[in-house]
Design a protein around this ligand. Sequence first.
Ligand code: CP
Length: 334
Amino acid sequence: MKHFLNTQDWSRTELDAVLADAARFKREKIGDALKGKSIALVFFNPSMRTRTSFELGAFQLGGHAVVLAPGKDAWPIEFDLGTVMDGDTEEHIAEVAQVLSRYVDLIGVRAFPKFVDWASDREDKVLKGFAKYATVPVINMETITHPCQELAHALALQEHFGTTDLRGKKYVLTWTYHPKALNTAVANSALTIATRMGMDVTLLCPTADYLLDERYMGWAAQNVAENGGSLQVSHDIDSAYAGADVVYAKSWGALPFFGNWEPEKPIRDQYKHFIVDERKMALTNNGVFSHCLPLRRNIKATDAVMDAPYCIAVNEAENRLHVQKAVMAALANQ
Ligand code: CP
């Protein structure tokens, strides 16, 4: 039984098939690939796009989605084994995942890091707990990576460039300022899928403290070795943007400060000029701009960039619906 926990677990052939199915679902909105099937969408964190697109995607393919928010409208869940559960948690993931598997055909999980201890958060304990005990496929709806966003992003780029072959494109993943230290999931994912697609990738971030976890830097390096393309790190804004075909922006907290964010804040505040603006985009090769959304305008990117014809963030958001239909259909009918 296959899960969809990370794109790196899937072969390029499998990813290409999902992207092709997603393009088909975009043309043919209604289908029966999930007829009589159901998915539990388990949200430990807020969502607009993910929740809406999964619920509608299941409905449009003849299936049904149940949304659960443990700790809010469902019992709080314990994930550690051997815990004497005399605290806030009412049931263990072992039972939750098995019971849900008796009801539904798929389980989606959103569980962000707790931002206290990266060594613990990087284990992705919640997602792995569901995958361990579920007897149905599990889909990552964003934990420490965001693989559904990766597919939506890849599809948006394929549509923009009019080809499924993105090799040779210069891709810049730029860190942008945000008043809070955010999850690295989308940045990890962008680096993963851009290198998987064989693009020439630059990770632009203020200092070495903002490099991504070695696991994802390692996946990117592995992808370059296997698929071609290239990977470089830059701290220089203008040279990174120069000639770029794609600019993808995300803000994230510096991993060395994980769990001790107070001293990171004044450092982060020095880099507000990483905002994506028209001057920087003018350095590109008529490049496109995208972001996973939600986005704070005039903090991460200017109004002018968000409203420009080269901004494909809304197309990417729409594609969440189509790629998730393809993932659900593939997993429910394996
Ligand atoms: N990009 C994304 O996952 O959006 P939501 O957090 O609104 O689901």
